[in-house]
Write a protein that binds this ligand. Structure first.
Ligand code: SUG
Length: 438
């Protein structure tokens, strides 16, 4: 199969919705549990995502947006109204968690698949009720975004079942010389269904296998790697809290994988079987440089490593990396930049604190989709899901108009808030030229 060139890595950023709040809904997620009940700022959360999109655009990246879902999710409330529903139920039905688009889907770019198509599988997010309700709506959004794009196969979420727990790209990494070359896709799973699985394992082996199969990823392009069960219990609920990849770089903590150094050796061998003499940078952070606990609190690994049009790489890190532990994590990161033997040449710190307080860093907020030039052009022609400065300015206006700037969980009952959710999405439909409501 010959692929149209050039290939772009398109980065879709998730936009927080007007009900973004701190309900402490993910018990395995340290930040979410810790900030339970505190006052959120939905407007600021959305503006921070827009600033992230603007920053990526300014670096020459092709940027898309994944809009928020209409909340509260009324079917979840059953016979209740938002006014009389038990607060725990209303919180779940009102979560803005679709903003973490690393969990929206798993992506296999065309160069890795046997049919030469771009494959996406919407994640079922089975593990948590407040996230499970995202799957249908995300699938509808992805269908609308990708409908006009040629050579795409979007797969429905895997059956919502214990053994098929799937949290999408947060547990998926890809190594390749250039984005348009054949990649090694690394599927990291935390559970197998065994009694010894960590209670909070969110990605199961059978789900990863099913995705590999339906994406038609060739055997030589896919690797299954087991996450270290011990770190899952220390707050590493997704692989992207302890490892991140881009192009020829895999940055991981020495405690990330169950098989430790052997996992890295397997990755190296599989990569060189695809690209025998190509460079590969396996950058490992030792626990005496940064403990797992420090990694979990700073979200050091939940950074976005991005290849710029000139081929250099930057790392977009959350401000917490430099603010916590007296800047210890920032010094570790700076050492990576100073080391000229790897392609990472700059750190850009971004403030995504509203999201961070729910356990979502820069890497959680993005879904990477490698597309060819014709696919990007087809998408641009059909709607405004791929943003430019003008679209971002319009999104900013509607966020400033419709979003509250302070919200406690109890205020989720406010009927005015529900009206605002609806009008925000309706305004977003006009800006993005996409159907989002029902
Ligand atoms: O699933 N937080 C999300 C954070 C997801 C981060 N994503 C990645 N690591 N890729 C989660 O735990 C908390 C919502 C709340 O408490 O209201 C929440 O769902």
């Amino acid at each position: 199969v010959t692929l149209p060139t050039p290939m772009h890595e398109v980065i879709f950023i998730g936009l927080a919705g007007p009900t973004h709040h701190y309900g402490g809904l993910s018990s395995d997620n340290v930040a979410s549990s810790k900030n339970r009940g505190s006052v959120s700022n939905p407007k600021l959360a959305a503006l921070q995502a827009i600033a992230l999109m603007r920053h990526l655009l300014s670096q020459g990246v092709v940027v898309g947006v994944l809009p928020p879902h209409l909340r509260p999710h009324l079917p979840m409330l059953g016979s209740h109204t938002p006014q009389d529903a038990p607060i725990e139920l209303l919180e779940k039905a009102s979560s803005s968690s679709a903003m973490w688009t690393a969990n929206a889907a798993t992506i296999s770019p065309a160069p890795d698949t046997q049919d030469g198509k771009l494959h996406l599988t919407t994640a079922n997010l089975y593990s948590n009720l407040h996230r499970r309700i995202e799957a249908d709506i995300t699938h509808r959004y992805l269908s609308a975004l990708f409908a006009p794009v040629p050579r795409v196969r979007l797969h429905a979420p895997l059956m919502p079942a214990e053994l098929l727990r799937d949290e999408g790209a947060a547990n998926h990494m890809r190594l390749c010389p250039q984005h348009g070359d054949a990649g090694l896709e690394i599927f990291v799973y935390g559970g197998t269904g065994a009694a010894t699985d960590p209670a909070s394992a969110r990605q199961f082996l059978d789900a990863s296998r099913a995705v590999i199969m339906q994406h038609n990823v060739s055997e030589k392009n896919a690797l299954l790697v087991r996450q270290n069960p011990a770190v899952i219990e220390q707050g590493v609920f997704h692989n992207d809290v302890i490892a991140v990849s881009n192009g020829t770089v895999l940055l991981s903590h020495e405690d990330a994988f169950a098989e430790g150094e052997n996992a890295l050796a397997t990755i190296r061998d599989a990569y060189h079987a695809l690209h025998p003499s190509a460079a590969l940078h396996l950058l490992t952070i030792r626990r005496d440089e940064l403990s797992v606990e420090e990694a979990v609190h700073t979200y050091f690994f939940n950074s976005q490593i991005v290849t710029l049009p000139d081929g250099e790489m930057i790392i977009i890190a959350p401000g917490e990396v430099r603010e916590l532990y007296d800047g210890k994590a920032a010094r570790v990161m700076q050492k990576l930049v100073d080391d000229v033997s790897n392609p990472i040449c700059r750190i850009d710190y971004l403030d995504v604190r509203q999201s961070m307080r729910n356990g979502g860093g820069p890497a959680c907020l993005r879904l990477r989709v490698v597309m060819d030039g014709a696919q990007v052009a087809a998408m641009r022609a059909a709607h405004n899901g791929l943003v430019n400065d003008e679209v971002l300015a319009q999104l900013e206006v509607l966020v400033n108009t419709h979003y509250p700037d302070a919200l406690t969980p109890e205020e989720l009952r406010d009927p005015v808030l529900h009206a605002r959710c609806h009008s925000a999405l309706s305004a977003m439909e006009d800006v993005l030229k996409l159907k989002l409501l029902g």
